[in-house]
Design a protein around this ligand. Structure first.
Ligand SMILES: *[C@@H]1O[C@H](CO)[C@@H](O)[C@H](O)[C@H]1NC(C)=O
Ligand SMILES: *[C@@H]1O[C@H](CO)[C@@H](O)[C@H](O)[C@H]1NC(C)=O
Ligand SMILES: *[C@@H]1O[C@H](CO)[C@@H](O)[C@H](O)[C@H]1NC(C)=O
Ligand SMILES: *[C@@H]1O[C@H](CO)[C@@H](O)[C@H](O)[C@H]1NC(C)=O
Length: 463
């Protein structure tokens, strides 16, 4: 049996030598500033780079193996090293890593690993979408079968296309259609999972949705040097290795210490800046304060939006009001957001676009009745690592359409907990989908005056 190709770690004196060698290997292989930087992150964080003992056999260094190993740790890494294969499941995501040739067919839904007939037959099922805990989302994500071992009974079809870089298989369905979920469960996880491949990776998109691929074309083309693969035509694709599923670090979050390691929200925003050609790095670059007002159409609408715009303009803001349709052309919309210093909107997915605001910009989230927790956790807290400032405007019951609908003494108004305790769907129907907002203009004005002061004090050189 062939020895697995891997780093032979024998007799290395110290961290410096170990890091230095990996540094040199990467520098030689890719000769890119980014990669060099990244290789430091890698070598310093890779626990199995045995610091006590070493000589690296440079001939044996396999870039794909290196890159795949970063996606697992602990027992999973031990398993990957010995079997060329391991899967990790946590409550949010399930990711399988194959450091072996694979054949992907059946519309991307079967990943067959031919070269391990000596292993017992194993079939694993992965739904490649980073919201495993959510049955509603997962119901529309097609399962991918990963077949290992003695599958002589059903030999797979021959390759139509043979690729020489790693495949990453993920679904473009789930809650796609809602921009929050598109970033939270696909775009950020895709960045986390594949950035360190430095574009030497091909995306195999299951549940292929053309609009989604078009919408995120810039993200996809900056993470991969190749066209995405739509396996729906039934063709058979062969790869030297594969990742099935995407890693998840938290709500709109990247965790620099979690695997594969080294990426923070700062890095992700830098990536967006490059991908979308965003010009403004910091609000201090603006000559005048531009405020983006996120307008909603169906629920949580501002019923007196014109009055709000008038008040904002009265305070000296140039107001850009945006409707949902405007957001579908992300290439243009990202630049528009990046030209604003304040974003104001009612709690809702549109606020996800805060991710394109320049550093130091300020988000004012209008919090409808009984939406405090979701508002703070889904859009408020994630703004901080983005370098944004944040204010909340919590409405009074009188500012909710529910006040008029139910009357001031109804439990919907006086005791939201009594509704919330009936479960998410009861909660959603009443507060998330059943509520519009008639804002007290004078009250919101106070918050915006505060916003203006914060911006002015944080931009001492504002002209
Ligand atoms: C590092 O090498 C030492 C000595 O060969 C060995 O005892 C130890 O288990 C190794 N650690 C790792 C993480 O491989
Ligand atoms: C693989 O499966 C076939 C059919 O069940 C069996 O005849 C063969 O012995 C198996 N090979 C190994 C190596 O287990
Ligand atoms: C793939 O190859 C098979 C046989 O080699 C052929 O019948 C089939 O048409 C090919 N499919 C595509 C999409 O190229
Ligand atoms: C980041 O990841 C590390 C390592 O997995 C973990 O210990 C830590 O709790 C994570 N931090 C956050 C904020 O999730």
């Amino acid at each position: 049996m062939k020895e697995p190709r891997r780093l032979r770690l024998v007799n290395c004196a110290a961290l410096a030598i170990c890091s230095m060698l990996i540094f040199l290997v990467y520098a030689t292989l890719f000769q890119s500033h980014d990669t060099v930087f990244d290789s430091w992150g890698y070598s310093l964080q890779n626990p199995s780079c045995n610091l006590s003992s070493e000589r690296i056999n440079i001939d044996a260094v396999d870039p794909q193996e290196f890159l795949l190993r970063r996606l697992v740790r602990g027992d999973d890494r031990v398993e990957l090293d010995s079997n060329g294969f391991s899967c990790h499941t946590d409550i949010y995501s399930k990711v399988c890593v194959e450091n072996k040739p694979v054949r992907i067919y059946n519309k991307g839904l079967t990943v067959y690993v031919p070269n391990d007939d000596h292993q017992p037959r194993v079939k694993r099922i992965v739904k490649p979408y980073a919201r495993q805990q959510d049955e509603t989302a997962m119901r529309v994500v097609s399962p991918v079968e990963v077949l290992h071992g003695n599958n002589t009974i059903d030999q797979p079809p021959a390759c139509n296309f043979t690729h020489d870089v790693t495949a990453v298989v993920f679904s473009s369905r789930g809650f796609a259609g809602n921009v929050y979920h598109e970033f939270n469960e696909i775009v950020i996880p895709l960045f986390i999972t594949t950035r360190h491949f430095r574009s030497r990776v091909k995306f195999v998109i299951t549940d292929y949705q053309h609009w989604w691929v078009q919408k995120y074309n810039r993200v996809l083309s900056h993470l991969s040097a190749y066209d995405v693969i739509n396996p729906d035509d039934g063709s058979v694709h062969c790869f030297p290795g594969a990742v099935i599923g995407l890693k998840f670090h938290g709500q709109l979050a990247l965790n620099i210490t979690d695997i594969p390691g080294g990426y923070s929200m700062f890095d992700f925003r830098q990536f967006l800046k490059e991908s979308y050609n965003l010009k403004t790095n910091h609000v201090s670059e603006f000559r005048k304060p531009v405020l983006m007002l996120i307008s909603r159409r169906n629920t949580r609408r501002f019923l007196n939006e014109d009055e709000l715009v008038e008040m904002m303009e009265g305070l000296g803001f140039e107001v850009t009001r945006v409707e949902p349709e405007r957001m579908s052309n992300l290439d243009e919309f990202a630049e528009l957001v990046n030209s604003c210093s304040v974003m104001v909107g009612a709690h809702g997915a549109g606020l996800t676009n805060e991710i394109f605001l320049p550093n130091g910009a300020l988000m004012v989230q209008v919090v409808p009745l009984a939406c405090d927790w979701v508002a703070t956790n889904l859009y408020g807290a994630p703004g901080k690592p983005m370098g944004l400032q944040y204010l909340e405007y919590k409405i009074e019951p009188e500012e909710s359409s529910l006040f008029e609908k139910y009357g001031k003494d109804h439990p919907v108004i006086t005791d939201p907990e009594s509704v919330t305790s009936k479960g998410y769907f009861a909660y959603r129907t009443v507060y998330v989908e059943g509520q519009d907002l008639k804002i007290n203009v004078q009250r919101l004005k106070k918050t915006l005056v505060e916003a203006k002061q914060i911006l002015e004090t944080s931009i001492p050189f504002n002209r």
